[in-house]
Each structure stands twice: as structure tokens, then as C-alpha cells.
Design a protein around this ligand. Structure first.
Ligand SMILES: Cc1ncc(COP(=O)(O)O)c(C=O)c1O
Length: 483
């Protein structure tokens, strides 16, 4: 964001856009919130949006579009093959990443599936990465691959003042390659702006070191750029060597380290869709057939051309510092205010959202009763705020049925870009603070229906005891007839 100093001296993030289309929100009374949560099986994914006040579940497909994106949608070229829209989008991506080949895919996980199916050629092949994302891991393990997470150790510490907690541990990467042998490594995956550990960024220096090392051994390098725009902001703000570089220069310098870049444009580019870019046409050829087979013809990849036009403009907007600063600045504000109130959050503040540390928030709950899941349910009861559990519940059981305990037990309150006003953020801070004061009332959860794959999406749970009613009772005592 442009630097604007308030006369009062206050450090307040300031929107560099104005709202021109609005959506009405509903804030249900607390008892109705308990009923809605009960119907949703204590899984925030299963809530109906009409019962939600602030939808902080995710930034995926929920970012606000600009007037220019909307306008671009009107000139989309609706053709199955050879659409002019495709060529416009391809040109934007070439300019941004300096890569020749672009394959459109319907969303990020489609790219993950294509990469896994093509590059994991036999069971047991290893994919080292800074940290996994749920769908990336699911696709790798589905075809027999093995994920090795090599984020630097501080990345898994909840609180820190380290600017780049998403960096790879370079020594660990070297050891991993030596241990398995380069021929058994399918590819190196680096996730810009690590989703599951608090949206923590990777430095340009680390991108270079990790990819340089992989290339020494002839290993392919792949970036998951879904959260790249937040990562770009942090590089510009926190990496001394980059402070005079433009966002475009930083983007290109990162891209230069990779053989392939894939992304979800539900996040990157303020639209809905995805893509894969390749430096080398021969590598792209190995995956080409899968696009028309599973996605759609090579010039639309299962996406609406309107979304592709919006994506092209959105990607361009992501190269503007004012645009990419909005969400990280709101997140930093939210984290700082919560910290003042004693609420445990992941620090330093990262991208994507404000992350509450459920283990410290609810220390009386054992990991096996899902503190982050319980906190997600309680935050909805407290304020109609829908967050996403990012902890043990989001993990998958081992084949023998044992439950892997997540390294971090977080509730993510996402701040989709350009969506919420500061007073809405302040409301969320208020209700989370109230919840923190009443945390002793929150109990755990147990499964009633547990799917085998990606259980967090559609699994159903129940509260252990009647804590949701007790929480609602306390709410009524403290807030009277306020919603
Ligand atoms: C880092 C990261 N990679 C991949 C994906 C998958 O993208 P999509 O939801 O478009 O399939 C996501 C989605 O949240 C993500 O955050």
C-alpha cells in the first residue's frame, strides 16, 4: 500500500480501492448459530453460507474482482479451440514468469494431479518440499509417492520473529537427496507462502539456494505459486537485497529458478481456475495429453473463458504493490490487535489469514479431540465467523489407522483479498477476544462420520458434552440482546 500517515499517528491499514458492489450478510442470533453448527456436523465446510456472517474459511475463489476484471469478462472469446482469450492470458503469464508454455487447468489441484501422475513413475519416489498442502500431498501419495517436508525448523515454531519461516532447510535438502539418490527424487516442490503453517513466506535467497542445489543433481524444480502474491509482498518488505526491486523483477527472478510453476488462480489472480507453466517444451510435452483428457481442450482447460479474461487482468493487478499489500496489512493489524488482548496467534503475521494457535488457546484439550476444529466451531458460535481448521483434523490417517498429530494446530481466519472492511475485521477481533476470555467453556469434538480421503471436507463430528449450549448461555449473559 502507498505510505499514508495518519495525523493521529495511528497505524491503520488503508484500503486503496472502494466498494462498488455489495452482498448482504446475515448475522443470526447465537442460538441459531449453535443449531447451524450442529446441522453442519461441527465442520465449518458444511455450513450454509447464508448462516455465516464473516466467511473467513478461505481466500480460494472468494477474492473480490476489480472493475477492470469484470469489464474484461465481457470481451471473452467463447471458442472451444484457439480462443483469443487464451492467447491474451498466455501472453500475460509469459511476461510474468518468462516461461514459454502455459497449460490451462480448472484449478490448482488439477495441476497437482498431472504433475504427480507424470513425474512419480514408480512407488516410493520422493518429493521433497518445504511444506505440504493437503491436495498436493493427496495426489502425490495417491500414486505411491512419498512427501518429505524440509521446512527450516523455525517454520514449525508458532511464534518467532524470523521473516521467512517458509524457507527450506538447505542442509536437510542435501541430506535428503544424498540419502535417496537423485534418481529417486521425482521433483522438488516449493510452496510460496506455505498455506498450512501460517502463510509464511520463502525468501528469494532461499528459492535460489534450494533450486540451485536441486539443479546440481539434475532434479526438476516446481513452484506452487498459489500464494505467490503475499510472498512477493513479504520479499519486498522483509528482504533487504530486494527492497529496490519492482514486484515484476522479483517475480521474474523467482520464476527463473524453476522448471515448472503451477498455481490456483482461485488465489493468484483473483479469479477461478488454474494453470501450469513450463520453461522447457519437452517437459510440457510429457504432460500435454492429460489436459484434454481430464481438463478440457488446451486453450481453455475446463475453465470458463470469462474467468480466464478476469485471471489475465488479475495477474497483472498482482504485480502492483498497492494491490498485494492490502491483505498482508489487514492480517498484520488483526494479529497485532489479538496479541494485545493476549490471544495466541502465529507470528510473524504471514499471508492468507490470521492464524490462531489452538493448542495454546485451548490448552485443556488433548490433540485427539481436535482443539483447532473445536475452536473453529466455537468461533462460529461466538460471532458467526467461519474459519478453517488447519491441524490434526486436516490430516489423513495412516494406512494402519493411527492418527498423525499435526505439527501445528491452527484455526485460520482467512482474509480474502479486497473483501472485508476494517470494522468487520475489528468485529472478528472482538468476538475472538471474548471467546478467549471464555475458553474454559470450549470442549472437544469426536467423529460421527469419518471419510477415508480428505476427511476434513465432508466428515461430521459431534461435541463432547454440551459445551456449545454453555457457550451460547455465556454469550447471552455477556451480550444481552446483541447478535
Ligand atoms: C498452496 C496451495 N496449493 C494448491 C491449492 C489447490 O488449489 P485449488 O483449490 O484451486 O485446487 C491451494 C488451495 O487452497 C493452495 O493453497
Amino acid at each position: 500500500m502507498s505510505k499514508v500517515t495518519f495525523f493521529s499517528g495511528e497505524q491503520t491499514p488503508l484500503e486503496m480501492h472502494k466498494v462498488r458492489i455489495v452482498q448482504k450478510l446475515n448475522l443470526r442470533p447465537v442460538r441459531e448459530r449453535v443449531s447451524a453448527m450442529t446441522e453442519a456436523g461441527f465442520n465449518t465446510f458444511l455450513l450454509r453460507n447464508e448462516d455465516v456472517f464473516l466467511d473467513m474459511l478461505t481466500d480460494s475463489g472468494t477474492n473480490a474482482m476489480s472493475d477492470k476484471q469484470q469489464a474484461a469478462m465481457m470481451v471473452a472469446d467463447d471458442s472451444y479451440a484457439g480462443s483469443a482469450t487464451f492467447y491474451r492470458l498466455e501472453a500475460r503469464l509469459r511476461e510474468m514468469f518468462g516461461m514459454d508454455v502455459y497449460f490451462p487447468v480448472h484449478q490448482g489441484r488439477a495441476a497437482e494431479s498431472i504433475l504427480a501422475q507424470t513425474l512419480i513413475t514408480r512407488p516410493g519416489m520422493v518429493v521433497p518440499m518445504n511444506y505440504h498442502f493437503t491436495t498436493a500431498k493427496a495426489h502425490i501419495t495417491r500414486v505411491g509417492g512419498v512427501v518429505e517436508e524440509l521446512v527450516r525448523p523455525e517454520g514449525l515454531e508458532v511464534t518467532s520473529d524470523l521473516p521467512f519461516k517458509g524457507d527450506m532447510d538447505i542442509d536437510a535438502l542435501r541430506a535428503c537427496i544424498e540419502k535417496h539418490g537423485a534418481e529417486n527424487i521425482a521433483f522438488l516442490r516449493i510452496e510460496a507462502g506455505t498455506n498450512l503453517i501460517g502463510g509464511q513466506p520463502v525468501s528469494l535467497k532461499n528459492f535460489k539456494e534450494a533450486c540451485g542445489l536441486a539443479h546440481e543433481y539434475g532434479i526438476l524444480t516446481v513452484m506452487d505459486a498459489s500464494l505467490l502474491q503475499d510472498n512477493l509482498y513479504f520479499i519486498k518488505m522483509r528482504e533487504e537485497a530486494c527492497k529496490d526491486m519492482s514486484i515484476r523483477e522479483i517475480t521474474l527472478e523467482i520464476a527463473n529458478q524453476f522448471d515448472c510453476i503451477y498455481f490456483s488462480s482461485r488465489k493468484l489472480g483473483f479469479a477461478r481456475g488454474g494453470g501450469m507453466c513450463f520453461r522447457d517444451g519437452a517437459l510440457a510435452e510429457t504432460m500435454k495429453a492429460q489436459v484434454p483428457l481430464f481438463e478440457g481442450f488446451l486453450t481453455y482447460g475446463g475453465m470458463s473463458v470469462r474467468e480466464m479474461e478476469a485471471m489475465a487482468v488479475g495477474l497483472d493487478e498482482s504485480m502492483a504493490f498497492d494491490v498485494i499489500s492490502q491483505a498482508p496489512q489487514f492480517i498484520a493489524y488483526m494479529c497485532a490487535e489479538l496479541q494485545k488482548n493476549g490471544v495466541p496467534v502465529v507470528t510473524p503475521p504471514g499471508g492468507l489469514g490470521c492464524h490462531l494457535n489452538a493448542r495454546e488457546f485451548l490448552p485443556h484439550l488433548d490433540d485427539h479431540v481436535y482443539p483447532a476444529g473445536a475452536l473453529a466451531a466455537a468461533a462460529f458460535i461466538a460471532g458467526g465467523v467461519r474459519g478453517m481448521e488447519r491441524g490434526t483434523l486436516s490430516e489423513q490417517r495412516e494406512p494402519d489407522g493411527t492418527e498423525p498429530i499435526a505439527q501445528m494446530e491452527l484455526l485460520r481466519l482467512a482474509l480474502p483479498r479486497r473483501v472485508f472492511t476494517l470494522s468487520q475485521v475489528r468485529y472478528a477481533i472482538d468476538r475472538v477476544t471474548w471467546l478467549y476470555q471464555n475458553r474454559h467453556l470450549v470442549g472437544g469434538l469426536r467423529w460421527i462420520e469419518e471419510p477415508e480421503v480428505l476427511r476434513f471436507f465432508f466428515g461430521r463430528l459431534a461435541p463432547i458434552g454440551d459445551w456449545p449450549d454453555k457457550l451460547a448461555e455465556q454469550f447471552e449473559k455477556d451480550f444481552g440482546d446483541s447478535l
